[in-house]
Design a protein around this ligand. Sequence first.
Ligand code: COA
Length: 170
Amino acid sequence: MTRRRTPMEAALVRRAISGSSVSRVVAPSDREALAILLFAAYRGTIDDEGDSFADALVEIEKTFRGDYGRFLPECSFVVEDDEFLASACLVTFFEPHAAPLVVFLMTRPEAKRRGLARHLLERSMNALLDAGYERLTLVVTDGNEPAQSLYRSLGFTPIEVALARSNDSA
Ligand SMILES: CC(C)(COP(=O)(O)OP(=O)(O)OC[C@H]1O[C@@H](n2cnc3c(N)ncnc32)[C@H](O)[C@@H]1OP(=O)(O)O)[C@@H](O)C(=O)NCCC(=O)NCCS
């Protein structure tokens, strides 16, 4: 069954960063750890398509090389947990939205509900504002309640139909 995915956007405003997590900008050397995180975070969720670890690695490589829009590493953040990553927010500039796009926001299962995703998304939003962007977009699967709830609380609302159509044809 194909699930409906809803593009959303939020105007960027300066935000107080919540929580006391220690985060840093993403680095090229994080690619394998990001794939491990991607594989673990989406497993068993509404967006789980049965992808393998190799598929996850391909997704991360595609993100870094710009297949989902020019990668913005300076606006993409991670939280480390020993040799692994506990959470990450990866952002590109997505031409069809004429704005930055959250390509991946993900938290390891055992680290969920500790405020990590909120912290990272807030850091990305402030970094994007500092870089001169005015809004941030993302696409969420209908029924992804954890993500929808987080996005609503940060002011994301569905994108106008005309813009969503141009995204569909991208
Ligand atoms: C969505 C996801 C990134 C949230 O990560 P997280 O680090 O657990 O999120 P946080 O702890 O920062 O929670 C922030 C808010 O999200 C919402 N939220 C998170 N988990 C939730 C859940 N299980 N049910 C309902 N709301 C939830 C809440 O509004 C929460 O705020 P609160 O704790 O103050 O109530 C995580 O569940 C995940 O990795 N999911 C799989 C990947 C995915 O779907 N990514 C988004 C794709 S668009």
